[in-house]
Design a protein around this ligand. Sequence first.
Ligand code: C2E
Ligand code: CA
Ligand code: CA
Length: 760
Amino acid sequence: MNDSNKSKSLLLKEIKQLRIELSAVKLTTEKRITELYKSEERFSLAMRGTNDGLWDWNLETNEVYYSPRWKSMLGYGEEELDSTINTWARLVHPNDKDRVLEKVQDYLAGRADSFEVEMRMHHKDGRQIFVLSRGFLVTRESDGKPAGLVGTHVDITQRKKAEVFNDKNAEILEMIAIGRPASGIYDAIALMYEGRHPGMRCSMLELHGKKLLHGGAPSLPKAYSNAVHGMEYGPSVGSCGTSTYTGKRVVVENIETDPKWEKFKHIALPHGMRCCWSEPIKNSCGKVLGAFCMYYNYPALPNDEESNDLKSAARLAGIVMERDQAQKRIRTLAYTDELTGLASRTYFYKHLQGLIKTSARHHHRFGLLYIDLDNFKDVNDSLGHDAGDLLLETIARRLENTCRDIDFVARLSGDEFCILAKEIDDGYATNVARRCLDAISQPIEIATRKLIPSCSIGIARYPDDGDDLAILVKAADTSLYAAKKNGKHQYAFYEPELTRKAEYRFQVEQCLREAIEKQQLSLVYQPQVNVNTGKIIGVEALSRWHHPLLGQVSPVDFIATAERIGMIKPLTEWVLSTACSQAVAWKKEGFSGLRMSVNISPSHFLDKEIVPLIKRTLDETGMAQAELELEVTESVVQTDKRNLSIFQDLKSLGVLLAIDDFGTGYSSFASLKHLKVDCLKIDKYFVDDMLVDKKSLLLIGSMIEMGHKLGYGIIVEGVEASNQLNTLKSLGCGAAQGYLFSKPVNANAISKLLNTCYEC
Ligand code: C2E
Ligand code: CA
Ligand code: CA
């Protein structure tokens, strides 16, 4: 073949090759075109009749076709917005952008089978809308690289809002169920409805009496809420004041022009509010509790959705308000003392617990004053419970006025009050205590009677006397006991020694209950001597208690304890029967005419069972009534006239009655006028210093003389020395008792003494 033929055949070969390639390209292009047609067909089919927006993104050039619906969904016209991916990037919520792009990458790289994502996008009017975007790959480069994505946008804002609303609703119900504070729930309710209606601002007001109080309004300016707080409701008081007054919905389209807002618009307009719709909040019985208000910054009337929401919002707020008010009522009942209006015992303990905590944190000190009225029972007993209540109310006011606002005053029970006084300077608690004593002891007229109340106060200091509630309260109680014991109408600070005493007292209390049963009690007898003959004319029975662990307990302690714990009756019963049996036994031994004196506690003496008890004892023991003498202290003489009949009844039984410790109490000869008494026992107190103190000598002389003149027998107690006896004799004293003759001794020892005659 020649050269020209050769090149011709090569050319033909190339042309053939080119043809083959061309037809291949043609084929691919046709295929791509068909695919594109197919997908477009699919799209137009899918899109037809739907409201979805369409996008077509060229991944090589980043050009994006946005369909008119895609744009209108975001508030833009057909000619607006550039056809680039930047348009989307600008309109998507910044917090969602990366997540969406990541999803695109996953799909393109084959890590996800489909592309479907929800995102928030900015509407032209500033709103935020929720969009569901779906897409799929329609083109690839020859090397398989993705070239184009096509997809849709669906506006899911309504569904999303409903979901958010439902979630919020569930959250609020949970808050109600677990008892969250009402203010927090009010805010959540407001925010929930505000989320549903962009631009809306909500508020809740509580009706207290005639006043509207701020409940919750998280999106309203504080200045506005403050201005509304405390406003009185009425027939023309804005939207809320009017709706709470009428109990009906009040819709104000334009605050600026509505007559109901005439006087109040100056409060709302500066903050932008232009319309206000208010629905009364009612409880389950239909009582108006407050109002739910919706505001917009433009004049408007509610549409159907807003109207329904206003109703349901008020209903939801009503549940919260009703529950909150019920809880507050319960708390008030539990935390307030009904009679005095002071804090109750429960509240006191709660407050004290809190005060201890904060004081520990800030190294503060405070005083706990435990206050107890002196002899309050007497007021109740003699003037009745109404008078007692009146006194307690007066005392409560006096205590309140004595304290600063930061001090805490509570009534614990009966006539017990407590003050928690924060120590600002040293001795503040002492000042409060002094002022209380002073304030309380001001005269008061109750039931036409003039009373001069008094109180005793125990003071414990935090942290010195105790750093926990129980110890502190106990310390205050212990010091109160000391103040009472020291003679009442005074205050006492806590001292550790007092705790030891209190513990001993407690032990005495516990053991005394079984002392009679376990035969730990015994009687000793102290002779009473006729100072002219030297003969024993009688004996006084005195109780002794020996406990295996506590040892010998003084009668001064255990008699008082027995009175306190209600043991005095069985104890007296035992003393009476033992003493009378002993007297009868001595009589049988031949010692006749001996008088047996038995001490009777005032509380027991005034008990209506005392007369039958004495009678029974006389009957059971065979004791001669004229040989039994009952000793009662002067306190019995001065109480109520009702006691007259007890004296009378006992006298009718034929027993003797003696006034013990005469001269030390408050009675006088005058108060004995009505009482039938046989003997006065002049107290040792006068004997002790009669030789050194002229006054005592004079007093004792007068008592002996006057007693004799009035026909009473006289015994002088506590005679310890013979010069005392001589003086007494010269004063005309006929009988005496004291260590000079004998200490109280047991029955056997007395048997021996009965034969002796004292040298007088
Ligand atoms: P009281 O009835 O005034 O009894 C007199 C007390 O003075 C007795 O004390 C007696 O031991 C004491 N005493 C007598 N002479 C002298 C003396 O010369 N010098 C001194 N320093 N003391 C003298 P005691 O036995 O300790 O009794 C104290 C109080 O306990 C009694 O005072 C009485 O009030 C009460 N008490 C004792 N036994 C009974 C009882 O069985 N029933 C009741 N209700 N009270 C009782
Ligand atoms: Ca006595
Ligand atoms: Ca006495």
